[in-house]
Write a protein that binds this ligand. Structure first.
Ligand SMILES: Nc1nc2c(c(=O)[nH]1)N[C@H]1C(S)=C(S)[C@@H](COP(=O)(O)OP(=O)(O)OC[C@H]3O[C@@H](n4cnc5c(=O)[nH]c(N)nc54)[C@H](O)[C@@H]3O)O[C@H]1N2
Ligand SMILES: Nc1nc2c(c(=O)[nH]1)N[C@H]1C(S)=C(S)[C@@H](COP(=O)(O)OP(=O)(O)OC[C@H]3O[C@@H](n4cnc5c(=O)[nH]c(N)nc54)[C@H](O)[C@@H]3O)O[C@H]1N2
Ligand code: SF4
Ligand SMILES: [Mo]
Length: 675
């Protein structure tokens, strides 16, 4: 048996693991003792990460739509069809009738080349990916506040914190290795403050658990800051020396007295005070957050509110401080770094900045489109309206993961060309004109960038099944067919091109990565990489405070739809379940969907545990088994979005945060009754 070192394919923690290979088959996985973060540990998904690779359902041959069926085709037939339809659409409607959705499951090299395919070959900036559904408010909010949307400190730095705020993050289930670090810090004396409307596992471990009503985070964060200001726990030297605009934020915070906060959020004043004193008095304190903060129409305001708090207390640029947006997919950080974003080039360089775009024009010897493109959800809206006609989707399953499923279905059905590159058949491949079977993480070389900006190698352990190909090779083939003058490159050569165009990756070379990887910014080949950001200065000079105010929700419970539904995840499954539902142990743990209901609500509606209920919103309805959860507030329901039998996104709305265009997945008004 051979053991190949690689990086876990599931969450943004980016644990190191070995794939065990016998012949040309993956037969198991085990942790990497020398890995800087995971240090010989894995969560259950990591231990089982090898199982789906050899699953009999893997896509083996290209498929082309014939009537209502998809039939086997050769690569030449499939890619010729893609080329012909792209050119036809481009001729009839122009390049902006085309869009590319890249994959946060793909490598940096694949994301970079798909981004280049969109911009340099198809000539559109309509390129985006699921970061839009995830951390778009972080990219928008933290870039404005501190000049960079990336996690400010390495995960290990949490061990030096005296207080850790965990906000809207189900850390033990969704980022287990971050949770392990937080709990280790707590056992060394750090205070753990959790802000989540649900009593999650990490909330149960917390020194203080506050349960704000969903969507009311701006109010309590301002309230916390208000107490900190009144108690004179702000860091005047930091504010004076490194920031601008504090006065307006101070004024805004003063409206949020503990009593006002209680009336909006339900948080008792004594608990708000206790949390404020803990975070405010700590020498070094950090803020960890995830989707409970971002997936709201006020997502960017929420992020800014947290940034205001960290800036006012000087909790940035040192060991044990910092802001930790927990990136979700194992390479969603990398996909953003690669410029798979409609307004940003690799390295977050603005499309609208002529000097930046000219650098790329020169490097690629082409004219590039200069107007920012559409974001992910807008691309589907445009498809439904008919202005987008062709979409290449790499490793996303929008029929399960984008908001308002009914509209997603209509949008995808309306296209002249839908190409989907995936490793398994999904709800979305079933609508495609062309399905491209591609290599999984175990069948190709490349890099993933973890949530702590750590660029790490993945290594080919086995061959792809059937005729499946590495997607990088597919992209080069397609570029050639579309007449582009670019030659095929190996993944290591693509990284050299990335390094030449993304200054943060300037010093990244495969031979430097080893087991530790390198953390960007790493500007040149002699640079050791960067752990803690913003030590001396912010990339924008002075950090920017911005006052934020609690806004109305896009939808509140009313007589017809009296419950508020939160959607999210569980430990054992990953998103639409294409991989975890094909992993026997994970599937056995959680074989199907359940909705969590508070015991009082259940009693009132005479719903018992395991009873089937109908849940309905203004967008759609579904039927699902109920489970009684005393950790949930009355009036709130919780449903994971992993299961096509009860697809949560049949219920969610396309309400977007105006600043970042993220949909408000965390809040839907729904009704519930016994089935
Ligand atoms: N096992 C597993 N791990 C995963 C994933 C997976 O599918 N499965 N997905 C990965 C991805 S892409 C991502 S983005 C991350 C997501 O990781 P998380 O963001 O941790 O997961 P979620 O379940 O979306 O929601 C987090 C928490 O937000 C809370 N919440 C909801 N509304 C509010 C609110 O208004 N305010 C506050 N303060 N909290 C609120 C919910 O109760 C929930 O506990 O996980 C990654 N890791
Ligand atoms: N209601 C609700 N909806 C949500 C969320 C929520 O909290 N609530 N969260 C949102 C968030 S944060 C996210 S990130 C999205 C996730 O949404 P998606 O990214 O669309 O969900 P996945 O199921 O992870 O889809 C990834 C696909 O990539 C395929 N794949 C795996 N490996 C490879 C590879 O190497 N190459 C290629 N080409 N494909 C591969 C998988 O088989 C799978 O079909 O969902 C969003 N949707
Ligand atoms: S914590 Fe995340 S990266 Fe680590 S093994 Fe689990 S799923 Fe994989
Ligand atoms: Mo995500």
């Amino acid at each position: 048996m051979e053991k190949i070192h690689t990086t876990c394919v599931y969450c943004g923690c980016g644990c190191g693991l070995f794939l065990h290979v016998e012949g040309d088959r993956v037969v198991g996985a085990s942790p990497s003792p020398g890995h800087p973060l995971s240090r010989g540990r894995l969560c259950i998904k990591g231990w089982l990460a090898g199982e789906f690779v050899g699953h009999p359902d893997r896509l083996r041959y290209p498929l082309i739509k014939r009537g209502d069926r998809r039939v086997r085709a050769t690569w030449d037939e499939a890619l010729s069809l893609v080329r012909d339809r792209f050119l036809k659409v481009k001729e009839a409607y122009g390049p902006d009738a085309i869009a590319v959705l890249t994959s946060a499951k793909g490598t940096n090299e694949e994301n970079f080349m798909l981004m280049k395919l969109a911009r340099a070959v198809l000539k559109t900036n309509n390129v985006d990916h699921v970061a839009r559904l995830c951390h778009a408010p972080t990219v928008a909010g933290l870039s404005y506040a501190i000049g960079s949307g990336a996690m400010t400190n390495p995960i290990e730095s949490l061990l030096e914190s005296e207080a850790i705020m965990v906000v809207g993050s189900n850390t033990t289930e969704q980022h287990p290795m971050v949770a392990a670090t937080i709990l280790e810090a707590q056992s060394r004396g750090a205070e753990l403050l959790v802000f989540d409307p649900r009593r999650t596992q990490i909330a149960a471990q917390a020194d203080i658990h506050l349960t704000p009503a969903p969507g009311t985070d701006v109010a309590w964060i301002n309230g916390l800051l208000n107490v900190i200001i009144e108690e004179e726990l702000i860091d005047e030297v930091f504010i004076r020396g490194r920031t601008q605009g504090f006065e307006l934020v101070k004024e805004a915070a003063s409206c949020y007295t503990p009593e006002v906060v209680e009336s909006i959020t339900g948080i008792p004043p004594h608990l708000l005070r206790a949390a404020a004193l803990s975070y405010g008095a700590a020498e070094a304190a950090s803020i960890v957050y995830a989707m409970g903060i971002t997936q709201h129409t006020a997502g960017t305001d929420n992020v800014q509110a947290l940034a205001n708090l960290a800036l006012a207390t000087g909790n940035l640029g040192r060991e044990g401080t910092g802001i930790y947006p927990l990136r979700g997919h194992q390479n969603v950080q990398g996909a953003c770094d690669m410029g798979a974003l409609p307004d940003l080039l690799p390295g977050y360089q603005k499309v609208s900045d002529p000097r930046k775009i000219e650098t790329f024009e020169e490097a690629w010897s082409v004219d590039l489109p200069r107007a920012p493109g559409l974001t992910a959800v807008e691309i589907l809206e445009a498809a439904e309206e008919g202005s987008i006609k062709a979409i290449y989707i790499s490793g996303e399953n929008p029929l399960m993961s984008y908001p308002d499923r009914d509209s997603v279905y209509k949008a995808l059905k309306a296209l002249d060309l839908l190409v989907v590159a995936d490793i398994f058949p999904t709800e979305t491949t079933r609508l495609a004109h062309v399905v491209l079977p591609v290599a999984s993480f175990a069948e190709k070389d490349g890099t993933f960038t973890s949530t702590e900006r750590r660029i790490q190698l993945i290594s080919k352990a086995v061959s792809p099944p059937g005729e499946a190909l590495s997607e990088l090779d597919v992209i080069f083939d397609l570029m050639k067919r579309l007449g582009a003058p670019y030659r095929s490159l190996s993944p290591a050569e693509v990284m050299e091109e990335i390094a030449s165009l993304n200054p943060h990756y300037g010093g990244i070379r495969y031979r430097r990565l080893g087991i530790d990887g390198l953390q960007w910014p790493c500007p040149d080949e002699d640079h050791p990489g960067t752990g803690i950001l913003h030590r001396e200065a912010f990339p924008i000079g002075r950090a920017r405070f911005r006052p934020v105010f609690q806004k109305e929700l896009h939808e509140s419970p009313d007589e017809d739809y009296p419950f508020l539904l939160i959607t999210g995840r569980t430990l054992y499954h990953f998103h639409s379940g294409s991989m975890t539902r094909r992993t026997s142990l994970l599937d056995r743990e959680v074989p199907g969907p359940v909705v969590d209901v508070n015991p009082d609500d259940a009693g009132r509606l005479r719903i018992r545990s395991r009873q089937r209920v109908v849940i309905e919103s203004r967008r759609g309805r579904l039927e699902v088994e109920a489970r009684i959860d005393p950790g949930l507030m009355p009036g709130i329901l919780y449903l994971p979005f992993h299961f096509s039998e009860a697809p949560a996104n049949a219920l969610t709305a396309r309400a977007l945060d105006p600043a970042s265009r993220i949909p408000a997945f965390k809040i839907s008004a729904v009704s519930m009754r016994r089935a």
